[in-house]
Design a protein around this ligand. Structure first.
Ligand SMILES: [Fe+2]
Length: 417
């Protein structure tokens, strides 16, 4: 009896499609405000399902039963429901590579320049700062970039930015995830680097702690930072799983940080108002009320998840900074970002996106609950804003933006995304 290599190759393609389909489902599930126990169970189940179902199929249909790996025929002997699922897997397997290539080739929206340098924090320290937290096994994975840091200066042309604000700079940090696995010296070095980058404004977009006792790390990390327009934060879904978020907020405020969760505030820069607002939806609080925002003022939304983009567009947000998706944490060739817990999957895993009237920048973040980063290093970014020069695409976008701003003033204060 000879091996049917074609059927074996088909099986491998279908197994890849099955894995991509399961990951897509798990990403959408993790975008929802579900209890942590359900999310953990679903993640464990997904590990099993990705491996066990293809193994069972290979045994019962590939070797036994219709023996697809040994015969020329046999697919028709499979149950209709299984054939339907295999068709879904086939569609996913065929769709994933072109989607990944298109995303890979996509240029960051409205980005004028990018200057990056990769810092190997472990090499600088002279040792690997790995503590006794969970998932230590991942730190041994070959090629893991979890102790590196991509420090970037990115310039963007921003519609509606006042000419007086040319060069306005924002330091964006996200997803520190203090778990104890990546030890404190790594984060202190990140803070030291951040402190050496002069900016007008500092923003943290959530997921600070996975262990409440590590709030003690804050003075030596985020507590070191300051800026003329202040340091502003929201918390993330991982913070929401802790028992005392009020204590975390209080500690950050003692260190001079401003809590933007579900609220807005106005600061003046070069004689013009800047509206700062924040969102921890869908995990905590409500969306900010912009009813008292000065008309025509530039609006900056600090959001944990990029999934608040729809709300941002509806409310005339000019610039939205987000994190949460960690860039996918693992980026595979022909697949792209893997774990991106968003209702849009990996679409907004990281980078800059222009969806009129909002420019959204999504950080890959600095860490993660799982200390695994493959082809997706941690990120610390300084955004430098430039007024948008005239161009048809911007002018068209601004017209849409103005129309939506009018709509927003009639629907402000909605707690819904
Ligand atoms: Fe996170």
């Amino acid at each position: 009896m000879q091996m049917n290599w074609l059927n074996l190759a088909l099986f491998c393609g279908l197994a890849a499609g099955h894995a991509a389909f399961v990951v897509a489902l798990i990403n959408r599930l993790h975008a929802l405000p579900l209890p942590l126990a359900i999310l953990h169970r679903s993640r464990q189940l997904h590990d099993l399902v990705i491996v066990i179902l293809p193994a069972l199929f290979a045994w019962y249909a590939g070797v036994k039963g219709p023996a697809l790996f040994l015969n020329d025929e046999g697919w028709h002997r499979l149950p209709v429901a299984l054939l339907a699922y295999l068709a879904v897997c086939a569609v996913v397997a065929l769709a994933v590579p072109p989607v990944a290539i298109v995303r890979r080739l996509r240029k960051p929206a409205l980005q004028l320049s990018n200057h990056s340098r990769m810092i190997d924090v472990a090499a600088e320290l002279g040792y690997r700062p790995v503590g006794s937290g969970p998932y230590r096994i991942f730190t041994c994975f070959p090629g893991n970039e979890f102790l590196k840091l991509d420090v970037s200066d990115k310039e963007f042309e921003v519609p509606q930015l006042a000419p007086e604000w040319d060069g306005l700079s924002i330091l964006h940090l996200s997803d520190l995830h203090f778990t104890g696995t990546i030890d404190r010296p790594y984060f202190e070095r990140v803070a030291e680097i951040a402190e050496s980058m002069p900016v007008d404004l500092v923003v943290f977009t959530g997921d600070l702690l996975d262990r409440e006792d590590l709030v003690e790390w804050l003075p030596a990390t985020l507590g070191r930072l300051s800026a003329p327009l202040g340091c502003h934060f929201v918390l993330g879904n991982h913070d929401s799983y802790l028992t005392n978020t009020a204590e975390i907020r209080a500690r950050l405020e003692q260190l001079g940080w401003h809590d933007l969760a579900g609220r807005s505030q106005v600061v003046e820069h070069a004689g013009k108002p800047l509206v700062l607002c924040g969102s921890e939806m869908p995990w905590m609080g409500t969306q900010p009320d912009l009813s008292s925002a000065p008309p025509g003022a530039f609006r900056l939304l600090v959001s944990h998840t990029p999934d608040n983009l729809t709300w941002a567009r509806r409310h005339g947000i000019n610039l939205m900074l987000a994190g949460h998706n960690h860039g996918g944490q693992v980026r595979l060739p022909l697949f792209g970002p893997v774990y991106s817990p968003s209702i849009s999957g990996a679409r907004y895993a990281c980078g800059a996106f222009w969806e009129s009237p909002t420019l959204m920048y999504v950080s890959r973040g600095i860490s993660g609950r799982h200390p695994l980063r493959l082809n997706c290093p941690p990120e610390l970014t300084r955004l430098i804003l430039r007024p948008a020069a005239y161009s048809p695409r911007i002018e068209g976008a601004m017209q849409v933006r103005n129309d939506q701003r009018v709509a927003a003033t009639t629907s402000h204060g909605s707690p819904q995304r």
